[in-house]
Write a protein that binds this ligand. Structure first.
Ligand code: PLP
Length: 364
């Protein structure tokens, strides 16, 4: 059962079920004892299922951004080239991160609302001496999903190029296969598709990425250092004091994912998204992503047209207890975003759409 109100239909965090909230009320335990090791192992098992991987998955204290920092601080060497397809706010952050660690980003750009051209990305893979590629799988700012992982994998072939992917806003919502697609490092966070509380990030790391991280001559972060993280991971612990309360909530969220089933969860989100897109189009709204093929399941972005987002968002929240989000970054005034990353199913989405329609009619 979902906690009653508010219904958060923003791009995370989400409305949590009572089961997850209750799990977070458990007594605190020592993070160096047997009970903690069991909690860690339980989470590890659930995370591997969520990532569809046999790779190690590390638990990081800190939101998705901490997990992404962990990638750049450890697996990207100073001076080397990294390919970054750039099509929104989060891909721009990746470029900034690459520059911070002294790497040289090679950028393939697309206008916001589009994905970069596959041919241009493949050209860079074939011609430039890149050591890695960083892909934002779902651009939360534009509602565009990068559905070209297999093509990228095929283009890389046996080349010594590591693949890093940010799935913060779509793991558990959009199909994503870490092992099948040979993704070396995949990062996600607790508060969206995985159904947990905000504050944690998770990073799956392949053996060859781990080796590269351990051999990095200039790892600068103390807190996010892969050598420490891996050493403690082998003991089923974290190097520093973990957010035990959040881990309890997250472990329960991962149990719920297993009970629902990976494919069923994806199906539910897909059905929700279809209902929302259909409604928006029938109401005359223009969907922001240019091509239907790349429209996100998890973050639905539409143009405001003749609609005052601040007024509608405020009223929807005050009168119906439903929260949707403004546009992000340079799209703040131009677009509105609906998050489809939580526990809602057909019934909740129908309630949302009915409320939204009533509100739109009163404002027109
Ligand atoms: C694609 C993407 N990457 C990274 C982040 C950063 O995550 P956090 O806000 O949990 O630090 C977000 C947050 O929304 C995101 O959507």
């Amino acid at each position: 059962m979902l906690q009653k109100m508010p219904m958060l239909l923003i791009p995370g965090p989400i409305t949590l079920p009572e089961r997850v909230l209750k799990a977070m009320a458990k007594p605190i335990i020592s993070h160096r004892g047997e009970e903690f090791h069991r909690l860690y192992e339980e989470m590890e098992d659930g995370l591997k299922y969520a990532f569809q991987t046999e790779n190690d998955v590390y638990i990081i204290n800190g939101s998705g951004t901490a997990g992404i920092d962990m990638v750049f601080q450890n697996f990207v060497y100073e001076g080397e080239k990294i390919l970054i397809p750039d099509f929104g706010d989060f891909t721009e952050r990746a470029v900034e991160n690459a520059v911070k660690v002294g790497a040289k980003p090679v950028i393939v750009k697309a206008e916001w609302g589009d994905v970069p051209k596959l041919r241009e990305i493949i050209d860079v893979i074939e011609k430039e001496d890149i050591k890695s590629i960083f892909i934002v799988h779902n651009e939360t700012s534009t509602g565009v999903t990068f559905r070209m992982m297999e093509e990228i994998r095929n283009a890389i072939g046996n080349k010594d190029i590591l693949v890093f992917v940010d799935t913060v806003s779509d793991l558990g919502v959009e199909p994503f296969y870490t092992d099948k697609w040979h993704v070396d490092v995949c990062v996600t966070a607790s508060q969206k598709g995985l159904g947990g509380p905000p504050g944690l990030s998770f990073v799956s790391v392949s053996k060859r990425a781990l080796e590269k991280g351990l051999n990095n001559p200039r790892r600068r972060s103390f807190y996010l250092d892969i050598e420490k993280i891996h050493k403690f991971h082998l003991r089923k612990e974290t190097p520093f004091t973990p957010a035990i309360t959040l881990l309890y909530g997250m472990a329960e969220a991962l149990n719920i994912l297993k009970e629902e089933g990976y494919n069923e969860r994806i199906r539910r989100h897909k059905e929700n998204a279809e209902m929302i897109y259909e409604f928006l189009e029938s109401e005359g709204f223009e969907i922001f992503p240019k091509e239907e093929k790349y429209r996100s399941i998890s973050i639905i972005v539409f143009k405001n047209n003749n609609f005052d987002p601040s007024k509608v968002i405020k009223k929807l929240y005050e009168e119906y207890g439903i929260l949707i989000a403004r546009g992000m970054g340079k799209l703040k005034d131009e677009t509105t975003r609906i998050g489809n990353v939580g526990y809602e199913g057909r019934e909740e989405i129908e309630y949302f759409l009915k409320s939204f329609k009533t509100l739109l009619n009163t404002l027109r």
